[in-house]
Design a binder for this molecule. Sequence first.
Ligand code: 0O2
Length: 209
Amino acid sequence: MDWEEFLTPYKQAVDELKVKLKGMRTQFEKEHTHCPIEFVTGRVKPVASIIEKANIKGIPLDRLEAEMQDIAGLRMMCQFVDDIKLVVGLLRRRNDFRIVEEKDYISNKKPSGYRSYHVIIEYPVQTIRGEKKILAEIQIRTLAMNFWATIEHSLNYKYKGRFPEEINLRLKRAAEAAFRLDEEMSEIREEIQEAQMYFSKNKERAERK
Ligand code: 0O2
């Protein structure tokens, strides 16, 4: 398997999608309206992780393109839970890719405590041999959901999912705390947004002087 050749369109897709999704943020900033997107990241899954996941899920290497949805992965972080719906709505209205599946791990959190909204897209990459459609996964989550998932992911790397009981308990409690943090922030959402808008306008005024 020539991994470099296989991953080239995925790298291109991640680069392009990062520009496009970050562009959404810039457009909100220009309008001085509340920006539902805090920041955007993207990555191509490392080869070792692709092989490991393929083994676990029993995906033959010649079926990766059709069956592994997150070789190209984008992440959009939001301040508030309600922003996630807004962002998903914006993604649904775009016509530069097709949504093939949506996974709502916010209404239905995973047994691990993981919460996030996943949108699987089919993205057309333009190559010198014509168009190639690839699958990509956009994860949309709040900063609190991201904090928890990042920590859990690194612990998972160390313990391979077999957490000692103490860590397991702490992770469950941390997931509940992240959920409550999101709820608390939603309660004072309007107050926070007014303050942020005031700050953003003043900053622009100061820069113009
Ligand atoms: P990495 O290292 O992020 O690339 P499914 O059969 O649909 O249940 P699948 O195909 O794994 O399973 O899709 P799913 O569940 O939507 O998960 C895809 C990605 O979501 C994962 O990629 C993680 O990034 C994230 N994710 C899902 N569950 C968890 C979780 O319990 N904890 C954390 N921290 N992240 C999670 P990878 O390949 O696991 O990892």
